[in-house]
Design a protein around this ligand. Structure first.
Ligand code: NAP
Ligand code: FE
Length: 368
């Protein structure tokens, strides 16, 4: 994993000298609001000023960023002749910025964007994650909303690994309980899917089991936060644990990729606007039940790392955490299953599910 990870309070301020290595002008990429409110953008600007680095800001990245957004940001980077990009935010701005870093240096037609065939040029990228979930700060993936394919597609190339990840959990103080839970469960899904992957290795398993254990250690705090509303619903210690767990899980999927759970979740986000982490969290338990039939020992390892007794116990936990589920009809489930079968992630799992298996998982997850 080539990214240099620097973690801790004030880590940007204390390591600003590193920025000088990347050039004289930066483009800061963010979502529309949060980076301005949580202190992260101010810290980055202070560090740039201290090092005498000029900057422009692109702050139009939406959740589940579109291909158009990536091209728009890349055009600004070209016009402004920036030397590097600093992405601040959740997975959406970081993923958007990764595609911008590539498109700012290469003319890639939209049809070839997900081909994996690129020249070597890319702008260096620095990531400042402000959610704890996607692990995008340590992966080579950029997930974009692909309207032509009616799904979310992954651009994957080692070129877009961030050079540095600055991880300061203070920026998450005001992150809502809902986004904290959704993103935390996305991290859990990455760790568990890493364990289910045909590309899993002893090294990725160590990180995945640790990450699984750490996310589960925060679940009591998640329930407390739901029950007792507060401006700062989680302690810094819990925030740091989630941040570390999601980073470990990012390192896992950088090696293993994700599996059927993410493939199935993308349709729920694309067609039903269900948050990415929530979609994965609701599907995961029912997919584990499917794998358990063929690989009970593997599933026992996962459930043991969660310090639970059964997959049913995990499903019960998620049901409590996520509250009422969205209503689904059989026809849409058929369509989503068909779409998921067409993805590469499906063949990445130790058991290769059939379309009927996926229909069973969706139906069980949404009680259809
Ligand atoms: P997100 O879409 O980046 O952010 C969700 C919401 O949280 C936004 O409204 C954002 O506001 C707000 N927010 C972010 N940080 C905040 C903070 N510190 N305080 C308060 N509000 C904050 O959500 P995400 O779950 O992190 O990222 C999801 C995306 O990542 C999806 O597109 C998913 O497919 C992708 N993903 C990528 C990978 C990968 O390996 N690259 C892996 C998994 C998922 P603003 O918009 O105002 O910033
Ligand atoms: Fe994910």
């Amino acid at each position: 994993m080539p990214t240099k990870v620097i973690m801790g309070s004030k880590c940007i301020e204390e390591n600003s000298a590193l920025l000088k290595t990347y050039g004289k002008k930066a483009m800061i990429v963010t979502g529309r609001r949060s980076a301005k409110l949580n202190g992260s953008q101010d810290d980055v600007i202070l560090a740039l000023r201290k090092e005498g680095i000029d900057y422009v800001i692109y702050d139009q990245v939406m959740s589940n960023p579109t291909i158009e957004c990536a091209y728009e940001g890349a055009a600004l980077a070209r016009e402004e002749e920036v030397d590097f990009i600093i992405a601040i935010g959740g997975g959406s701005p970081i993923d958007g910025a990764k595609a911008m870093a590539l498109l700012a240096k290469q003319d890639i037609e939209e049809e070839a964007l997900f081909s994996g065939q690129y020249a070597c040029e890319v702008l260096p990228l620095i990531a400042v994650p402000t959610t704890a979930g996607t692990g995008s700060e340590v992966t080579q993936y950029s997930i974009l909303t692909n309207d032509k394919a009616e799904t979310k597609s992954g651009l994957a190339t080692p070129l877009i690994f961030p050079q540095i990840a600055f991880m300061d959990a203070r920026y998450m103080r005001g992150l809502s309980v809902k986004v904290t839970i959704n993103t935390g469960i996305d991290a859990l899904s990455h760790a568990v899917e890493g364990l289910l992957s045909v590309k899993a290795s002893p090294m990725s398993d160590v990180l995945a089991l640790k990450s699984t254990e750490m996310v589960l250690e925060t679940v009591t705090a998640m329930f407390n936060a739901i029950e007792t509303p507060s401006l700062e619903p989680f302690s810094l210690e819990i925030r740091e644990k989630l941040m570390m767990a999601s980073m470990y899980a990012g390192m896992v999927i950088a090696q293993t990729g994700t599996t059927a759970v993410h493939a199935m979740g993308y349709s729920l986000t694309y067609f039903r606007h269900i948050d990415h982490g929530r979609a994965n969290g609701l599907l995961l338990g029912h997919f584990l039940k499917l794998v358990e039939k063929a690989q009970p020992a593997l599933i026992k390892r996962i459930i043991d790392a969660m310090k639970l007794n059964s997959v049913d116990e995990y499903i019960e936990l998620m049901t409590k955490l996520f509250g009422e589920k969205e209503a689904m009809v059989v026809e849409e489930i058929e369509k989503y299953s068909e779409k998921a079968m067409g993805t590469g992630n499906i063949r990445n799992c130790v058991i290769v599910p059939t379309k009927e298996d996926l229909i069973t998982v969706y139906r069980a997850a949404f009680a259809v």
